[in-house]
Write a protein of this length. Structure first.
Lengths: 288, 288
């Protein structure tokens, strides 16, 4: 097994996961202009809902995945209705929204830990049954292949619907200028609440896929969220295409970084990249 | 009685942290989520100096203050490029980078093993090894920090900080170089946090990186916001409240691991409710 093809594969897979997390984050940022820190924990909710329905109750695989995604979407919708919408109505500053989402994040993560313990858990009973494919000497599991394909498909679907569907156009209008969108008769609150549903659903799916790949624990939401944030900043916050590119850039930077340095510094590398981008290219790789 | 003394010492430590963070968040309006990093730098500096070099506690406090002031100067220089939510985001990043250093620079910090056997302070034969005398020392430090903070906020320097918070552009037009002021208060605040860290290390006699994780920064932020932004007595009130609140859970008879998670839930919910209904905190003068 060569190291280089494997590193490239790992980077691409990590990139696909980050892309999915960042996609929803960017979508929500675009519409609301605040950093929604609960996004990471929503992915975790999707994963734990799947764990409960799929593994504990033993429901059908696809049904459980569906329930997991729906649960994530419901929580995202609920957070918007109960917390963010009232705050926006009150013209609260972005910092107030940020802190409220930080509070929601802390509370939800702890609730998950109470319900499901803070232990690390896996979806599979036996990992060796997974199919493995070899590409140029690198190894990729079936789950990772699914992650890669879903990442690309979802991004493509989202980009196309933003461009061609009426809802997508309305979302872009809200992202561009919420006041103006309101004036021409778009129900911006409704659009934003749908954006929360879609973004959270994608995050939920990402959480479930990560669970299949490695396993889940309640605290993984924080690192997922931070990766999503970093990727968004690298790509230019609110920019869907940029986020996609940024995700793969971060995937490569991390995996090649730990090859040269050491695995424990992964988070520090990611944040170093964030701060470099914030300093020298705050608008991201792609200018809007 | 020992239990009450223990709580009082914790109150003094978190009181210092709350006061110092309030100078940055409340008075200057910079949403810093990196306070636990300086708290940790203080704790590690004292722990290492005491265990490996046998330095006197009070000298280690001075050394810790200098070390964290220098690091704060570097971080503050980078942070000064950002404002509002980007400032919060970048400060997040620094907390994680410094946490990674605590965790991974094993030659210095012993990584996740932590540093045990940190001795109690001793000054000219005056011994602070009993909890009661340690409480006296902690309260003395708290009082000192309180008076320094009060002096700062009532001075002309403090008035300029408030002016920066209200309208940075306007105060720049009057010819003030706001960068120096923001840097100065950030460094002062970090130096104060490191004193709290020194006390913590010496009191608990054991430290490991987990005490200085991002959640700790969020907890300190919760103290400041709950007590009231831009109100020093408010920070003390916030610290008292958030230290005593989880103890109430203990009396309800909750198992320890669930109580720990319940605390997180409560902090989270408090932050959300404050943002929704009282964004300036209980006794605050400034809304985020």
């Amino acid at each position: 097994m060569d190291i280089l093809p494997q590193l490239i594969l790992n980077s691409v897979i990590a990139g696909a996961i980050y892309a999915m997390v960042a996609l929803g984050f960017n979508l929500i940022y675009g519409a609301t202009k605040f950093f929604n820190l609960t996004h990471g924990v929503i992915a975790v909710i999707g994963a734990y809902a799947f764990l409960f329905f799929g593994k504990t109750l033993g429901l059908n695989l696809f049904l459980s995945v569906f329930i997991g995604i729906v649960m994530a979407a419901i929580v995202g919708y609920g957070l918007d209705k109960l917390i963010y919408l009232p705050l926006r109505k009150r013209k609260a500053s972005n910092m107030a929204l940020l802190i409220a989402s930080l509070g929601a994040f802390t509370a939800l993560q702890a609730i998950i830990a109470i319900l499901f313990t803070s232990q690390f858990q896996t979806f599979w009973r036996n990992y060796s049954t997974q199919k493995i494919y070899e590409i140029y000497g690198g190894v990729i599991t079936q789950t990772q292949l699914i992650i890669l394909i879903s990442g690309i498909l979802i991004t493509a679907a989202l980009v196309l619907s933003l461009k061609y569907i009426l809802f997508g156009k309305m979302t872009r209008a809200v992202s561009d200028d919420e006041e103006a969108a309101k004036i021409i008769g778009i129900n911006t609150d409704k659009i934003i609440s749908r954006v929360f549903i879609i973004g959270s659903a994608i995050a939920g799916l990402a959480g479930i896929l990560i669970g299949f790949d490695t396993g889940i624990e309640p605290t993984m939401g924080m690192s997922l969220l931070l990766k999503g944030v970093i990727v968004s900043v690298i790509g230019g916050v609110g920019n869907i295409y940029g986020g996609f590119l940024g995700a793969f850039l971060l995937g490569f930077a991390e995996n090649f970084g730990i090859w040269k340095i050491s695995g424990e510094w992964k988070d520090a590398i990611a944040f170093g990249l964030l701060i470099i981008f914030l300093l020298f290219r705050p608008q991201g790789i792609m200018r809007k | 009685m020992q239990y009450l003394i223990h709580l009082a010492i914790l109150f003094a430590i978190y009181g210092i942290l709350g006061l110092s963070l309030n100078l940055v968040v409340g008075y200057t309006g910079l949403l810093s989520v990196t306070h636990a990093a300086f708290y940790g730098i203080g704790a590690y500096a004292t722990a290492i100096l005491l265990t490996s070099f046998g330095v006197n506690f009070f000298i280690s406090v001075i050394a810790a203050v200098i070390i964290s002031a220098v690091i704060a100067l570097l971080i503050g220089l980078i942070l000064s490029k950002f404002d509002d939510d980007y400032y919060a985001l970048a400060s997040f990043g620094f907390n994680i980078i410094i946490f990674s250093v605590f965790l991974n620079w094993q030659e210095l910090t012993r990584g996740p093993l932590g540093i045990p056997g940190i001795s109690k302070p001793n000054l000219f034969g005056l011994d602070f090894s009993s909890n009661l005398s340690f409480l006296g020392l902690s309260l003395a430090f708290l009082g000192l920090i309180y008076f320094i903070s009060r002096f700062i906020v009532n001075s002309s320097f403090g008035r300029i900080l408030k002016a920066i918070r209200e309208d940075e552009k306007a105060i720049q037009i009057f010819g003030y170089n706001t960068l120096y002021y923001k840097l100065a208060i950030f460094v002062i605040s970090a130096a104060m946090a490191s004193v709290a860290g020194s006390l913590f290390a010496s009191y608990i006699t054991f430290i490991d990186p987990s005490s200085f994780w991002l959640m700790e920064s969020i907890f300190i932020l919760a103290i400041v916001i709950l007590g009231g932004l831009s109100n020093l007595k408010g920070s003390l009130l916030g610290a008292l409240f958030l230290i005593l609140l989880p103890e109430a859970l203990r009396f309800v008879g909750m198992p320890n691991d669930i109580a720990a998670q319940m605390r997180q839930v409560i902090y989270g919910v408090i932050l959300i409710l404050l943002m929704l209904y009282r964004p300036q905190g209980l006794a605050g003068e400034y809304k985020l």
